[in-house]
Design a protein around this ligand. Sequence first.
Ligand SMILES: Nc1ncnc2c1ncn2[C@@H]1O[C@H](COP(=O)(O)OP(=O)(O)OP(=O)(O)O)[C@@H](O)[C@H]1O
Ligand SMILES: [Mg+2]
Ligand SMILES: [Zn+2]
Length: 154
Amino acid sequence: MNEAPPRQLLVSPIKNGTVIDHITAGEALNVLKILGITGTTSERLSIATNVVSRDMRRKDIVKIENRELMTEEVDRIALIAPRATINIIREYRVVEKKGVEIPSVLIGVVRCPNPGCISNTDEPIESRFEVVEKGLRCYYCDNLITRDIARHII
Ligand SMILES: Nc1ncnc2c1ncn2[C@@H]1O[C@H](COP(=O)(O)OP(=O)(O)OP(=O)(O)O)[C@@H](O)[C@H]1O
Ligand SMILES: [Mg+2]
Ligand SMILES: [Zn+2]
């Protein structure tokens, strides 16, 4: 039998910032998209994907230096990674740990797939979706997004 390797951090520790742990495997880049973090923003990031985890088979992890994410922004993550945990790091230590909760309303987060929807016209109207049992329902045209939510993120 193989011996378990010593427990260690996959990426170097950060002094201050946020660790998003237990992200559904494969969703790390979508998590960044939801947070509005792209290759051209200035955050210092570490991303680990398909990491073997004790409590899930595989998971992704995102570490963001020098930024403490707020509850409103992280809750959107629950749409694609409901088991994610948000760890706030100060002076190398986890000082706060919280789960993510699916918000009841999403404004300006996903684009309505209906091209005729008022939220897709030149009107200055932000998309608005209600989170219902079957998925996301457009407040303006009742269109329902039931799958591939990540694909609809603005
Ligand atoms: N200073 C740090 N820099 C970078 N990552 C860190 C730092 N401290 C903790 N982490 C990471 O943050 C996450 C949470 O750390 P914690 O020590 O609470 O682990 P844990 O006990 O396994 O937590 P959980 O019960 O949520 O799985 C882990 O992925 C850990 O590797
Ligand atoms: Mg753990
Ligand atoms: Zn619509």
